[in-house]
Design a protein around this ligand. Structure first.
Ligand code: NAP
Length: 312
């Protein structure tokens, strides 16, 4: 059973839309009300059955809701929280799905009549697609959701939000917002920054040299293009709102990159081999932790045959 009856989803794209579909498959949700600025977003959300009603005014959307989920880009969380505040029921639990936590807590809390009912959260699941059409019901199955309650957060509210996510098939971990931001800076934010950089560099090269780099793009590059196709608004906001943690991890990364640059320059194969062996073990550990899967071989030529240099 879903532990809430009337749910307001502020923002109805990939994440809140997937939450709606997952909850729709469970018993007990009486009504889901969505809120979005654009008519096309609201119309698609209704057509796809993500909500029962779709409104533009956050304060109207949250009226009568016992749960509000903020699912807009990180930089819009504060303004949307401010706009919804006049319509909130005093007993409503508020949560969010933003990819950054410390700044969102800072931006949202001042607008809430009962700060103890805010349970900040982040489902560590997603794709490079966005908008209502990107939503699917199984997005959170076997994925992790991180909740970052703060000192004032009511444990009962945290328990209900935990139960909500567990009904979607996710498992829930608790940690502080600061700890969340440091971990996600290295596991998610920095990899996105690297993908954006590499794809940008290749695109510049293609333009400048009118070469055929796209035509001969190997697996490594095409994987980066998928990540670098992620929503520009969201990722701009992630880097601006998790600035300190990202800069710290970027500093470490840059040092490690220079070490590899030096090893290549000096023909130091041992350093390269030792690192590449260690990282291979990390891939196995990630698979064992259930966060990635072995690629199933596809019929036809093997990866080695397709790519004699082994770039795949
Ligand atoms: P999305 O698919 O682009 O949906 C965003 C929703 O917010 C849309 O309904 C959009 O509708 C609305 N919106 C956009 N800008 C707004 C603004 N300035 N003010 C009010 N509403 C606005 O985004 P998403 O991928 O679901 O991401 C939502 C949140 O989940 C973000 O905070 C993100 O950090 C987090 N998250 C994303 C992923 C991922 O992989 N994408 C994973 C985990 C967490 P209108 O434009 O019509 O208003």
């Amino acid at each position: 059973m879903v532990p809430f009856r009337r749910i307001a989803l502020l923002g109805i794209g990939l994440i809140n839309g997937s939450l709606a579909l997952a909850l729709r498959e469970r018993n007990g949700v009486e009504e889901i009300v969505a809120c979005a600025r654009r008519a096309e977003t609201r119309e698609r959300a209704l057509e796809l059955g993500l909500c029962d009603r779709a409104l533009t005014d956050p304060a109207q959307a949250v009226e009568g809701a016992d749960l509000v989920v903020l699912g807009v880009p990180p930089g819009a969380m504060g303004p949307v929280a401010q706009a919804m505040a006049p319509g909130l029921d005093p007993g409503a639990v508020i949560t969010d799905v933003g990819s950054v936590k410390t700044q969102i807590v800072h931006d949202v809390m001042p607008h809430l009549p009962v700060p103890g009912l805010f349970v900040p959260g982040h489902p560590v699941a997603g794709t490079e697609r966005s908008g209502p059409d990107a939503a699917f019901a199984t997005l959170f199955v076997n994925r992790r959701v991180i909740l970052t309650p703060i000192e004032d957060t009511d444990p009962e509210a945290t328990a209900r939000v935990r139960a909500l996510w567990e009904t979607t098939g996710a498992s829930v971990d608790l940690m502080t917002p600061e700890h969340h931001d440091r971990i996600l800076a290295i596991t998610s934010h920095l990899p996105h920054l690297i993908a954006y950089t590499i794809v940008g560099t290749v695109a510049d090269l293609e333009t400048q040299t009118r070469s055929e780099v796209f035509k001969y793009a190997a697996g490594g590059f095409t994987d980066f293009t998928r990540i670098a196709a992620s929503d520009p608004t969201m990722w701009r906001d992630v880097f601006l709102t998790n600035r300190e943690a990202v800069l710290e991890m970027l500093g470490r990364f840059t040092e490690d990159l220079v070490r590899l640059q030096r090893a290549i320059r000096w023909g130091d194969g041992d350093t390269l081999f030792e690192l590449f062996s260690r990282t291979r073990a990390i891939r196995r550990a990630v698979i064992e932790a259930g966060q990635a899967f072995e690629r199933t071989p596809v019929p036809g030529p093997t990866a080695a045959e397709r790519s004699p240099d082994g770039e795949d």
